[in-house]
Ligand binder design. Structure first.
Ligand code: AMP
Length: 282
């Protein structure tokens, strides 16, 4: 596995791979990898010939009061996991290599989709995400890029950016990988205290209850939201920020829930903000 922190070196390795006719798949990450990330590497390996993984904690997508400083990092561990999983190349640039001119002057405006759900509470976040993803697409020029359903809104925005800007990258979505008790894997889970970790299960428990209610015939989004909030209120350390039932493409709240709708939520668990979602099935 090749490790590089430099754009020029990255370009030269990719040129060699592409020259051999290999189709490049990209998995962008912020590191501190877990099985969720690694499942995306597996998917990239299935759907491309040469898997590049980026590991970069992107300051552009953190607000001033957010957890950039607390964000967990362990590149050595990440490299060993990626090596075991068969990644071909890891690009792990320093800040000045990713943004050589300092903060970029030209950034991606994510438009109205970014005002919904998490975007309403994290102004600037999705602009930062799309800017770094656009930059990674420019550096790697992959055929395919793999993202997780865990960050549903992010994936929806990336698909939209690729479509609206004709970026010509195939976007694949990997399912949410969960801990055995249902908590969606996240690099941030390590920030939870023991008590917070045990209450964090309330997020997936809430989504499971909403799915059960939907299956038993509840279609009214207000009713489903109430069930979600009630379930989360059983966990004292959880503070629900939003829980919504939305259209999978537009992310608009739906008038009536239907199979394929997304139930998305964010909650604070102590100081740590967690997100989760579920696509309703009949
Ligand atoms: P991050 O390192 O948090 O920026 O995540 C990098 C990629 O991994 C994103 O596409 C995430 O959606 C995806 N991801 C994060 N957690 C999970 C999970 N539990 N299951 C599947 N994919 C995930």
């Amino acid at each position: 596995m090749i490790l590089t922190a430099h754009r020029v070196e990255l370009a030269s390795h990719l040129e060699t791979a592409k020259g051999r006719g290999l189709l490049v798949g990209l998995v962008p990450t912020m590191g501190f990898l877990h099985e969720g990330h690694l499942s995306l590497v597996d998917l990239a390996k299935e759907r491309s010939d040469y898997v590049a993984v980026s590991v970069f904690v992107n300051p552009l997508q953190f607000g001033p009061d957010e957890d950039l400083d607390r964000y967990p990092r362990d590149l050595e561990r990440d490299l060993s996991l990626l090596r075991d999983r068969g990644a071909d190349l890891v690009f792990s640039p320093a800040l000045g290599e990713m943004y050589p001119a300092g903060s970029p002057q030209i950034t991606v405006d994510p438009g109205p989709l970014a005002k919904k759900l998490c975007g309403a509470y994290r102004p600037g976040h999705f602009g930062g995400v799309l800017t770094v993803v656009a930059r990674l697409f420019g550096l790697v020029r992959p055929k395919t890029a793999v993202f997780g359903q865990k960050d549903y809104q992010q994936a929806a925005l990336i698909r939209r950016m690729v479509r609206d800007l004709e970026m010509g990258v195939e976007i694949l979505l990997g399912p949410i990988v969960r801990e055995s008790d249902g908590l969606a894997m996240s690099s941030r889970n390590v920030l939870l205290s023991e008590e917070e970790r045990s209450d964090a299960v309330g997020l997936s428990a809430g989504l499971t209850r909403v799915q059960a209610a939907f299956q038993s015939g509840v279609r009214d989004p207000a009713g489903l939201r109430k069930i979600l909030a009630e379930e989360l209120s059983r966990y004292p350390l959880l503070d629900l920020q939003y829980g919504e039932v939305v259209d999978p493409e537009t992310l608009e709240q739906v008038g009536e829930a239907y199979p394929g709708c997304v139930v998305a939520l964010a909650a604070h668990c102590g100081r740590t903000r967690l997100i989760d979602n579920h696509i309703l099935t009949s």
